[in-house]
Write a protein that binds this ligand. Structure first.
Ligand code: 3PG
Length: 216
């Protein structure tokens, strides 16, 4: 049996191992939010397509804050991949995956982090060539225990657990060898974003970076 080539995109092109998962409800929030995260040391963000403001927010950040790698989240339909790429997203994520999504990402050459929560899904995505997957919803999938269990039979796969990650368990997740990065909404609480309380977002980002950097 031949050994398959290592899956691509095990590590995205940004520095942070903590990826904020964001619902933007007003495009005017996007640029100051990106700047606040960057000031706290976070150079990537996942702006979800869960609100109509998501796509223009991606466009605004890509244009105004090029130091931040803007990713599109909650991409669940294949045509959305070209839309987010055209808006300036440099990578995309999905809570799951379909054949159409996987094919579109490969065809576009857009770095893509599809979601999985079972070993079978992980294996299917590895067959498509994906090496970094979003474990989603991470807590419900079994959290750290699930990641440890996956590392045995599927040691070549890396994960971005999302769903249930918090300051309380961040270090535990980041210490797990098959965790490349984590995603979470705690860095950008909706009330702080909607009130424009950017220094508090910067503080949350800095705290998370201190945890991540303390593990290096
Ligand atoms: C997501 O929206 O992708 C995750 O559900 C975020 O989960 P969290 O709110 O537990 O961080």
């Amino acid at each position: 049996m031949s050994v398959p080539p290592p899956p691509p995109f095990r590590r995205p092109g940004f520095r942070t191992r903590v990826l904020p998962v964001i619902v933007i409800t007003d495009v005017a929030q996007a640029v100051p939010l990106a700047e606040a995260l960057l000031a706290g040391g976070i150079d990537a963000m996942e702006i979800t397509l869960r609100h109509a403001a998501g796509l223009p927010a991606i466009e605004a950040v890509a244009r105004a804050v090029p130091q931040v790698h803007v990713g599109a989240g909650t991409v669940t339909r294949a045509p959305e991949l070209a839309q987010v790429r055209d808006a300036g997203a440099t990578f995309a994520l999905s809570p799951g995956c379909t054949k159409a999504l996987a094919s579109a990402a490969i065809e576009l050459g857009l770095p893509f982090i599809p979601g999985a929560m079972t070993p079978g899904e992980v294996m299917q995505l590895r067959d498509h060539g994906f090496g970094l997957l979003k474990l989603f919803p991470a807590e419900q999938a079994g959290g750290l225990g699930m990641l440890k269990a996956l590392a045995g039979p599927l040691p070549d796969m890396a994960f971005c657990p999302t769903g249930g990650v918090s300051p309380a368990n961040l270090a535990d997740f980041l210490r797990q060898p098959n965790v490349a990065m984590v995603g979470g909404s705690w860095l950008t609480p909706r009330d702080l974003v909607e009130a424009g309380r950017w220094p508090e977002i910067t503080r949350l980002a800095r705290q998370a970076c201190e945890v991540a950097d303390g593990l290096i």
